[in-house]
Design a protein around this ligand. Structure first.
Ligand code: HPA
Length: 275
């Protein structure tokens, strides 16, 4: 018989526990080009994904895979520097395993970030968009298959997947830092091909403000596990004037330019988040 999802989570969590007794309050997933913040974690214990049983390793440039446990703004955090993506061929269960492990280690909040293409005309390259809601159009779901009741319920509600209090906190912190973040609906597609003109028109009509290839699975698994979620997208290219000609390097460069605001926003939210 295959091991249950919860036993895979428990085994990975135990392996992490052998390296550190830090109990992370906040799980942070750093998306494409945004991983630099992991290097600012104080007293870090760095565990490459390859050293944690069950963790898949990323094959994509810009997604160095490591779990960094330590303190940010004085708060205990577990930072996923890079993530694995569905388009790499990993199962949904593998994609959400790191979030489930951080939840098992104690994290009550997930702060998930990504690079995205801007569908809404209001978005510009370099904008940070707070995710109000998502469209999961990946054609798969991390909760498909027998439900492991010890991880969460069979049919978790997604009516408030992105926590209203965390959104309010992110707006407040952004104002203190000196900018007004965009807000909108993030649509997750499987990728890895970028969108065709017809797909961009479709996504716009469906109500997507931004599109990317991640985040929805982690959010679904986190909500399933009872975590609060804040999602922040960094707009690395715009699609409202047509499909992206941008390369992955352009995406990484645009994310790097948004870095100062991104870092201030995430640090401020981590500092002020309630336990
Ligand atoms: N499409 C999908 N995913 C993305 C994009 C895009 O244009 N930019 C960054 N991630």
């Amino acid at each position: 018989m295959n091991p249950s999802p919860s036993s895979i989570v428990a085994q990975a969590a135990a392996a992490v526990r052998r390296e550190t007794d830090l109990v992370p309050e906040i799980a942070l997933v750093l998306g494409s080009g945004l991983g630099g913040l992991a290097d600012e974690v104080e007293d870090p214990v760095v565990l490459p994904f390859s050293r944690i049983p069950g963790f898949a390793t990323s094959t994509v440039h810009g997604h160095v895979g490591a779990l960094v446990l330590g303190r940010l703004e004085g708060r205990p955090v577990g930072v996923l520097k890079g993530r694995v993506h569905y388009y790499e061929g990993h199962s949904m269960a593998q994609i959400v395993l790191p979030v489930r492990v951080l939840c098992a280690l104690g994290a009550k909040t997930l702060l998930v970030t990504n690079a995205c293409g801007g569908i809404s005309e209001h978005l510009k390259v370099g904008d940070l968009m707070l995710i109000r809601d998502h469209l999961n159009l990946m054609g798969d779901n991390p909760l498909r298959g027998p439900n492991d009741d010890s991880l969460g319920p069979r049919f978790p509600a997604m009516s408030r997947a992105y926590d209203a209090d965390l959104l309010a906190l992110a707006r407040k912190v952004a104002a203190e830092v000196g900018f007004v973040p965009a807000e909108g609906v993030y649509c997750a597609l499987a990728g890895p091909s970028y969108e065709t003109p017809a797909e961009i028109r479709m996504l716009s009509r469906l109500g997507a403000d931004a599109v990317g290839m991640s985040t929805a699975p982690e959010t679904i698994a986190a909500v399933h596990a009872g975590m609060r979620v804040l999602g922040i997208s960094c707009v690395t290219n715009i699609l409202h004037q047509g499909p992206s000609q941008d390369t992955h390097e352009d995406v990484l460069r645009a994310a790097a330019e948004a870095r100062p605001r991104f870092v201030s926003l995430v640090r401020g939210v981590v500092r002020e988040i309630s336990g």
